[in-house]
Write a protein that binds this ligand. Structure first.
Ligand code: AMP
Ligand code: ZN
Ligand code: FE
Ligand code: FE
Length: 280
């Protein structure tokens, strides 16, 4: 019985390199029975994604990954949220991304790089509203200004670095509130990027649980056993459900394989339990 799933993936509608169709075809090939598409700040890929899921006989989960206001990277994955308030929120995030992208390109040019909007968009799905820092990193590599994506982030694009520009975001609590009011499931994505120790994670998880958070991404591609065990312990003690995902980005994260997380795969039971929260 196949019961593998992946609840955190990206397509060309944000900073992944596979189209939603290609993503679902690969999911089928890798033996997944369900997959969530969780592009950054956009639901634009859902239509194509759900259509291909139906064609391939895979359960498709419409999701979004939202960056929130926090001292480190704190991302919330939303599954199933929909409706007017949610779409308005997403629209605001998209506009803020566009402003941010234009400002960051200006800063990169100030450093002396020849880089424009045309270098970070493509003819398919990447627009100035959906492009992300990985597209800027790729352009810098392509033009020979840095040797790889890591160097681009370390020197110029990472939080607090020379060409980094903050964009509008809501606090984690406010983002969770909108997801819950929109009938969605709210999951703390890759929690180890947001905290530095177990005590801090327990504090954050408790605070966000009180704000309505449903689950935590305990299984993740880039975790080691210690991080996975810490997340499982904290989720259990705080009373959050478990989620898991690879955060697949295609060739923008070449080491990450679709459907593969530390320790194996994400069992379908995780999704089944999460879906139990719907209609409650
Ligand atoms: P954005 O949403 O446009 O601000 O870009 C965020 C994306 O940049 C995320 O998907 C991360 O995977 C990627 N990213 C952030 N920091 C790094 C880094 N140090 N190296 C490589 N990718 C990164
Ligand atoms: Zn991304
Ligand atoms: Fe993320
Ligand atoms: Fe992600």
């Amino acid at each position: 019985m196949v019961n593998k799933t992946d609840l955190h993936t990206h397509s060309t509608f944000s900073d992944g390199t596979l189209t939603p169709t290609e993503l679902v075809v690969l999911a089928k090939k890798n033996g997944l029975c369900a997959i969530a598409l969780t592009d950054h700040d956009t639901t634009a890929g859902h239509e194509e994604f759900l259509k291909e899921c139906e064609k391939q006989g895979i359960e498709g989960v419409p999701g979004v990954e939202i960056s929130t206001k926090f001292k480190r990277e704190l991302h919330i994955v939303s599954l199933y949220a929909k409706g007017h308030e949610f779409e308005e929120f997403i629209e605001k995030l998209k506009n803020a991304r566009e402003d941010r992208n234009i400002k960051m390109l200006e800063r990169l040019r100030e450093v002396g790089f020849d880089i424009n909007v045309s270098d970070i968009v493509d003819e398919k799905n990447v627009t100035v509203q959906s492009a992300g820092r990985p597209h800027m990193a790729n352009a810098l590599v392509r033009k020979g200004y840095v040797k790889d994506i890591t160097e681009a982030f370390e020197k110029f694009l990472g939080k607090g670095k020379k060409c980094y520009v903050k964009r509008f975001s809501l606090t984690p609590e406010e983002s969770i509130r909108i997801i819950k009011q929109s009938g969605g499931i709210a999951i703390l994505a890759h929690p180890c990027y947001a905290v530095q120790c177990e005590e801090e994670l327990a504090g954050l998880a408790t605070k966000l649980k009180n704000a309505g958070l449903d689950a935590m991404e305990c299984l993740y591609s880039r975790y080691d056993d210690t991080q996975t065990e810490m997340c499982l312990r904290v989720a259990e003690s705080v009373g959050l459900l478990k989620s898991g995902g690879s955060d697949f980005h295609g060739m923008n994260k070449p080491d990450v394989k679709l459907g593969v997380v530390n320790g194996g795969y994400v069992p379908y039971e995780f999704l089944e339990t999460l879906k139990g929260l719907l209609n409650k």
